[in-house]
Design a protein around this ligand. Structure first.
Ligand code: PHE
Length: 460
């Protein structure tokens, strides 16, 4: 069967279902799993937060991922155009595409600061390789991280490199380079994580880490924590950013969207939990602070690498893989925006990649300065809710907690209530009971859950 839509520009196709799974997993698995999940879990008290997060993945994340891939594959255009086409085919208002517009904008904003953090990973490859962690105290390693954040020039250099890496791949078109890279990188990342967990299991903090992650203490959970868990479920699965629509637009018709989305989500969740099991034992064994915030993995893992045999080698490999995980995610953030620019302005694929990547790079500079020169600058400081939040904090907060859930909510309502049930049945290809389950989740549970969290967010 041919998928070619005569109105669509020349579009590539994933070479197999596995290629899509790896690319989507490459997008999903990134800094969110290895850097952000452990530190937000630490800041929000552990087990109870993890349970809420898992629940968000199951009843909100997975159903929305299926809906997004459905829209992409059904529309076969850039996310905004796909949304409009699917709406028209179902006799719904083309205004629904605002969901994809919010998503594409969010992808752009997120990439600006994601690239800065990707740069930290790149910087740490150098530190690991030259033995900077060997035998160091927790204090010395903390200072190393503090010094990095205090140096705008160094941060800028790594941010520039990271953004360039992304632009190069996206400019070439996503298929051959990206597919080949994720084929090797994703299994390698997995193996390395297992080795790190294996090491962590030998430290005396392991038992404490397991109970921290898996024994829920609901008194440690705040309403804010629930909001953050939901935002993180979106972030970690790359939802609400039009990415799964963009990737879905290259997916062959014979693939079951349902089973594929579940596979991707499970792999993403497993990586996040493994990262927690790799990091918290080291935190507890060394008496570090679990709620240390964004610096957590840059201060705990180096400590472990500095003490284990061949730590220089493992440390280097680990940060290389962290960089690659961030790289495949960064590519997926640029892709939807570039697709849109390419299909709307006549600057070609490379032109679009350079244009969008360049603009994103510029915005990233504001995040870099938030870490040092502008660290006291809180643009929305007059509101108590945002007191003390830098530009970097605000971009992170508004994308993860407002834009992604908003885009996801609109997508859920649109797909659940405005798309013909028959066409969903065919495309998702879920067996009887699972389809009904999904359909009820996307119509009722997902929108209501997201709306409640939203309402709280606006009223609190
Ligand atoms: N899901 C990625 C992660 O967990 C981050 C990401 C967000 C990637 C949005 C692409 C889009 O790191």
């Amino acid at each position: 069967m041919t998928d070619n839509n005569p109105a669509a520009p020349q579009r590539g196709m994933w070479s197999s279902r596995l290629a899509f799974i790896l690319a989507a997993t490459g997008s999903a698995v990134g800094l969110g799993n290895i850097w952000k999940f452990p530190y937000v879990t630490g800041e929000n008290g552990g087990g109870a937060f993890v349970m809420v997060y898992l629940l968000c993945i199951a009843i909100i994340g997975i159903p929305i991922m299926m809906a997004e891939v459905f829209i992409g594959r059904n529309g076969r255009h850039n996310p905004i155009a796909s949304f409009r086409l699917v709406a028209e085919r179902n006799l719904a208002s083309p205004a629904w595409r605002v969901s994809a517009i919010v998503g594409v904008l969010a992808a752009f904003i997120i990439l600006s600061f994601y690239s800065v953090i990707g740069g930290w990973a790149a910087a740490y490859i150098g530190h690991a390789a030259t033995g900077d962690f060997t035998g160091q105290s927790a204090d010395a390693i903390g200072t190393l991280f503090g010094d990095l954040l205090a140096s705008p020039g160094v941060l800028l250099a790594w941010h520039t490199l990271f953004m360039a890496l992304i632009i190069v791949v996206v400019a070439r078109g996503l298929k051959s380079g990206l597919e080949r890279a994720v084929n090797i990188l994703m299994p390698a990342l997995f193996v390395l994580l297992l080795i790190t967990v294996g090491y962590a299991a030998t430290t005396d903090g392991f038992g404490q880490a397991v109970s921290f992650l898996f024994t829920p203490d609901f008194s440690a959970l705040t309403v804010d924590g629930v909001l953050i868990a939901l935002g993180h479920a979106f972030f970690t699965l790359s939802l609400g950013m039009a990415i799964m629509m963009a990737y879905g637009s290259y997916l062959s018709r014979d693939v079951s969207i349902g089973r594929t989305a579940v596979t991707v989500s499970i792999m993403d969740t497993v990586v996040a939990l493994l990262a927690g099991l790799a990091i918290f034992p080291v935190v507890f064994a060394n008496g570090l602070e679990a709620g240390a915030g964004p610096g957590l993995i840059f201060q705990t893992l180096p400590l472990a690498f500095g003490q284990m045999p061949m730590g220089g080698l493992f440390g280097t490999l680990f940060f290389v893989l962290l960089l690659f995980a961030a790289w495949t995610s960064g590519i997926s953030l640029l892709e939807p925006v570039v697709e849109w620019v390419e299909e709307n302005l006549s600057v070609g694929r490379s032109g679009s990649a350079v244009l969008v990547g360049g603009a994103c790079w510029l915005l990233g500079v504001a995040s870099i300065l938030s870490l040092n020169e502008w660290s006291g600058f809180a643009p929305l400081g007059m509101f108590e809710r945002f007191a003390g939040m830098t530009i970097f904090d605000l971009l992170d907060f508004f994308t993860a907690n407002v834009m992604l859930p908003l885009s996801g909510l609109l997508t859920a309502v649109f797909v659940g209530w405005f798309v013909a049930k028959e066409s969903l049945k065919v495309d998702l290809a879920l067996e009887g009971g699972s389809f009904t389950l999904w359909y009820n989740l996307i119509r009722y549970v997902t929108p209501i859950a997201v709306a409640i969290v939203f309402a709280y967010n606006l009223l609190a």
